[in-house]
Design a protein around this ligand. Structure first.
Ligand code: NDP
Length: 313
């Protein structure tokens, strides 16, 4: 069976940074890119808060640059999804796309997080027919139409601003009476004339014949002011946060109560010796591209110490 000193799972900023550091430390490493090569940043537009790009950079370009940088220093980056992994003993054995296997002395889990859904049946019913969790992927289909974005955080504001440049009208459906987003994002939203914020509203269903034509909302749910409200929309975008991608670990790694991988102290070590985690999959607090990249660096340095300790490098 093929063997590597370091298997990196996931190709966001954490994975690529880990690959760059591992390669430059002369540690053999293989990265599997996962379902979404480049990770979440490939679905965002311009990134203004990653240092080193004074005029901003497109998310896709930033990830492509990281990939090229990792490859230039010798990383072996492959398309493929780690569908299962046996962490019961070292070397660990990972299964790729349900068939090929690879042995690894250490593993860096950098699988990031995926968009959350509300959990209402209509989201499934209208999947691909007006329901989306990625404005930059699907916004194009709603030119001069009316859409709604659910959520009141930075992602929701960013998606709403983006969609407001394409769609005729954008509703934001916010369950509280305020936005959680940063001031700068709130300001951007307030400056858009075609964005209307529906505060204190929860979505209870969607309707439409051959796709989404509207949403059933409840305002002031559970109070004496409770009222039903229907809005006519062509697209329904979720922006209510993300869930860490850990299903493939099948319970072998300790998670916190929110489902993020638990790390030991200030390191990237998990509860399994030789397995490290970096980026959004293990970061319930900051969840930024630059902090994920920082964690990827830490993970590679932790791998290096571990391999040296075990006399493997
Ligand atoms: P957040 O967790 O910050 O916000 C989620 C939003 O969705 C909140 O308004 C929350 O409401 C709402 N929500 C959650 N669950 C539900 C539900 N079941 N029904 C209705 N509404 C719901 O997630 P984000 O993805 O916005 O941001 C994640 C992190 O990434 C943050 O740290 C953010 O700052 C950062 N980020 C930064 C950006 C930038 O700087 N350009 C861009 C995008 C993200 P409530 O407030 O009531 O809990």
């Amino acid at each position: 069976m093929e063997k590597t000193n370091c298997l990196i799972i996931g190709s966001g900023p954490a994975g690529y940074t880990a690959a760059i550091y591992a390669s430059r430390a002369n540690i053999s490493n293989v990265m599997y890119e996962g379902i979404q090569p480049g990770g979440q940043l490939t679905t965002t537009t311009e990134i203004e808060n990653f240092p080193g790009f004074p005029t901003g950079i497109e998310g896709f370009d930033l990830m492509e640059n990281m990939k090229q940088q990792a490859e230039r220093v010798g990383s072996d980056i492959r398309s493929g999804v780690v569908t299962a992994i046996d962490l019961s003993k070292r070397p660990f054995v990972a299964t790729i796309d349900g068939n090929t296997q690879i042995e690894a002395e250490t593993v860096i889990i950098a699988t990031g997080a995926s968009a959350k859904y509300l959990g209402i049946d209509d989201e499934k019913k209208y999947a691909g027919m007006g329901v989306s969790a990625c404005a930059t992927c699907d916004g194009f289909f709603y030119r001069k139409k009316t859409v709604a974005v659910v959520g009141g955080g930075d992602t929701a504001c960013e998606e709403a601003s983006y969609l407001s440049n394409i769609a005729k009208k954008v509703y934001m459906i916010v369950r509280k009476d305020y936005l959680r987003a940063s001031q700068i994002m709130q300001k951007r939203v307030s400056e858009k004339e075609n964005i209307e914020i529906l505060f204190n509203c929860n979505t209870v269903g969607l309707f439409g014949e051959n796709g989404v034509e509207g949403a059933h909302l409840v305002r002031h749910k559970g109070t004496d002011k409770e009222e039903m409200l229907d809005i006519n929309i062509d697209g329904f975008f979720l922006a209510i946060g993300h869930r860490p991608n850990t299903a493939f670990l099948n319970g072998q790694i300790a998670l916190d109560e929110q489902g993020y991988i638990e790390l030991k102290g200030k390191t990237t070590a998990t509860n399994v010796e030789g397995v490290f985690a970096a980026g959004d999959v293990a970061d319930p607090i900051y969840r930024q591209a630059v902090s994920a990249a920082g964690m990827g660096c830490h993970a590679a340095l932790d791998v290096q110490s571990f391999l040296m300790e075990k006399g493997l490098i």
